[in-house]
Design a protein around this ligand. Structure first.
Ligand code: SF4
Length: 400
């Protein structure tokens, strides 16, 4: 079983010493939530719903920011990474997905290991992580990914491989005739370092049946992540919101992630992102307003007491919203990225060519400190946009 990375100390003790903003203390739902946290008690699904429906956004964001600061002070984490998608060919057809193509579609592609490596090459001196997900290719098996990971490690031994969502693991394990745990064990031995969290969508099967029929069930998503944690593979977890789910179903999702983290302890970072609509996919989606996006990020920070990091996924929400998110509970911001297809196919206009100075400036524009981390948050440097760097001692504690 994985321990949560040693990046935070006793945040509840620090929370108890912090000044409470008026916007929190004068709203009973938020004041009650703060008392629960100060007394090491968990925020319930019902309290989460009330926080969503009965608070002002300024008070909710202020409470989430308190919790974030009690954990990490002014620090906001980023890493230097590259997204490379392995294939857009997929045997499923999730209704929110703008990325997948049928195998005979003129835009369908499937990268060979050589092509994959050539995508990394131009970035290899500046990144420490490649983030690689893709569709469910009808022919690929565990051995195909094992070869890919071995080849990548041979070419770039210092680059961490974050790859394969839970449904990809399920798909290639089934095609290979082995269990998901056996698949993960083989991939770990071939160079896989961590799993991204994609594919959680909403962990309520009646919702999944309507938006992503055929994908793994909620309990399968959690079980595959649990197996990864048992093998020592850290993972992220996600939530796609603003499709057809209710507020209660969002809170159930957060609660299920907490319960899994209690059992297996290997979730590093929670990444919430709203559905990006177009005119063709999921016309019945409720869609999230900018305020609702911040509400979800803030509530995630307050409810997920045992998952250390919450990410402002700027590839999806954009840089402007991301700067609000890192003042409203998020402590991590998507890295340099280099290239991104899944959100951009769905309409994202976010730049993918930021260097670390530009990212640092984005964080500094909120009055906070940019901290360049490695993939598993086990080393970190304060990185200033004027180029100054200094190593942070771990665990990272409140600044000033
Ligand atoms: S979300 Fe993933 S599994 Fe679903 S259609 Fe798109 S690529 Fe395939």
């Amino acid at each position: 079983m994985l321990a949560v990375p040693p990046i935070e100390q006793d945040w509840v003790s620090r929370l108890n010493t912090m000044r409470t903003p008026l916007s929190v203390s004068n709203q009973p739902v938020l004041a009650e939530a703060l008392e629960e946290l100060k007394n090491h008690r968990r925020i319930s699904v019902e309290q989460g719903i009330r926080m969503h429906n009965e608070t002002t956004i300024s008070g909710l964001a202020a409470l989430a920011d308190m919790v974030k600061r009690s954990r990490f002070g002014d620090n906001v984490f980023f890493n230097e990474n590259l997204h490379v998608n392995t294939t857009n060919i997929c045997t499923l057809a999730c209704r929110f997905c703008a990325f997948r193509r049928g195998s005979r579609h003129e835009e369908a592609y499937a990268l060979s290991p050589e092509e994959f490596i050539s995508r990394i090459e131009p970035f290899s001196n500046s990144i420490d992580e490649v983030h690689a997900v893709g569709g469910l290719h009808p022919e690929w098996k565990v051995d195909d990914y094992a070869k890919l990971f071995r080849d990548v490690k041979l070419s770039f031994p210092g680059i961490s491989i974050k790859s394969l969502t839970a449904v990809e693991v399920k798909h290639i394990a089934r095609r290979s005739g082995i269990s998901t745990k056996e698949a993960l064990r083989t991939l770990l031995g071939s160079g896989l370092d961590s799993l991204p969290g994609g594919g959680a969508e909403i962990l309520v099967d009646s919702v999944r049946d309507r938006i992503c029929r055929g994908k793994e069930l909620s309990q399968e998503y959690l079980a595959i992540h649990g197996e990864a944690h048992e093998l020592g593979i850290p993972t992220n977890c996600t939530m796609l919101f603003g499709t057809i789910e209710t507020v209660r179903e969002r809170m159930i999702h957060l609660d299920l992630l907490r319960q899994q983290q209690d059992k297996s302890g290997g979730f590093q970072c929670f990444v919430p992102y709203p559905f990006l609509p177009d005119r063709t996919r999921l016309p019945e989606a409720s869609l999230s307003s900018p305020e609702e996006i911040i509400r979800v990020i803030s509530i995630s920070r307050i409810m997920l007491d045992n998952i250390p990091h919450v990410k402002a996924y700027r590839m999806n929400i954009g840089d402007d919203m991301a700067t609000i998110a890192i003042k409203s509970g998020a402590d991590d911001i998507d890295g340099t990225v280099g290239h991104e297809e899944i959100m951009h196919e769905a309409g994202s206009m976010t730049r993918t060519d930021y260097n670390r100075d530009e990212l640092a400036r984005l964080v500094e524009s909120t009055g906070q400190t940019a901290v360049r981390r490695n993939t598993d948050y086990t080393s970190a440097d304060v990185y200033r946009s004027n180029g100054q760097i200094h190593r942070l001692e771990l665990p990272i504690v409140e600044q000033g």
